[in-house]
Write a protein that binds this ligand. Structure first.
Ligand SMILES: CC(C)(COP(=O)(O)OP(=O)(O)OC[C@H]1O[C@@H](n2cnc3c(N)ncnc32)[C@H](O)[C@@H]1OP(=O)(O)O)[C@@H](O)C(=O)NCCC(=O)NCCS
Length: 182
């Protein structure tokens, strides 16, 4: 599904994902430093274009490109598996490593939470994360996500099985932390 509106944050803007973004995604998703934290480990341009098309057609999925205020495309994010007025899963990838740990993730997640809770009227937003993704976990905690569970030895990476962490934020927690925002 496409949200035509640009969501404007303090550091980043979110615009709709486009098929023409695919080549940058291929670079990011094939980068081991990036994909060690993701489910996908390798993809080609044809596969990525098909994946983007599928996401754009999916009525329960909003995907955005993350751009800096200067218009540099640095990653993507979205809400998927949306149950109307209920819940969804949040996903985020800052594919350009130069922009890690500089506050973009925190800013972008704030925008997605606002979109999900205030515009889609959701009650719960959750995410899945590899246990060794310390940067991600720190970022999600800062954004108000709470640890809610652990799937033991669920993810196979780097020759080993790792726990998957589940985190979520509920509408009342969002309202308390973020208050009414413009
Ligand atoms: C995870 C991700 C979205 C976070 O976005 P980000 O812009 O890097 O995060 P932020 O800068 O907003 O916040 C990161 C926080 O983690 C901290 N941090 C960085 N490395 C850390 C580490 N190894 N251990 C603990 N904290 C760490 C940062 O200092 C910062 O905290 P602070 O603001 O209190 O100093 C981004 O790094 C990313 O996309 N990484 C690659 C793909 C990925 O992991 N996707 C998520 C899959 S679940």
């Amino acid at each position: 599904m496409i949200c035509q509106k640009i969501l404007k944050g303090k550091k980043a803007n979110l615009r709709p994902l486009k098929i023409s973004d695919a080549h940058r995604w291929v670079n990011w998703l094939n980068d081991r430093e990036v994909n060690q934290f993701l489910e996908i480990t390798r993809i080609d341009l044809k596969g990525e274009k098909k994946a983007i098309l599928g996401m754009l057609k999916d009525k329960n999925n909003y995907q955005f490109a993350i751009e800096t205020k200067d218009g540099i495309h640095i990653g993507g994010c979205g809400l998927k598996d949306i149950i109307r007025n209920g819940r969804c899963e949040l996903g985020i990838v800052i594919g350009d490593k130069n922009y890690w740990s500089a506050g973009y993730g925190t800013d972008v997640i704030g925008l997605l939470l606002k979109f999900g809770f205030e515009r889609l009227n959701l009650k719960r937003i959750y995410l899945r994360c590899n246990k060794y993704n310390k940067r991600g976990i720190r970022c999600y905690k800062k954004c108000g996500f709470k640890h809610e569970g652990r799937l033991r030895k669920h993810i196979y990476r780097k020759g080993k099985f790792w726990d998957e962490i589940r985190m979520s934020i509920l509408i009342n927690e969002y309202n308390k932390k973020y208050g009414k925002r413009k």
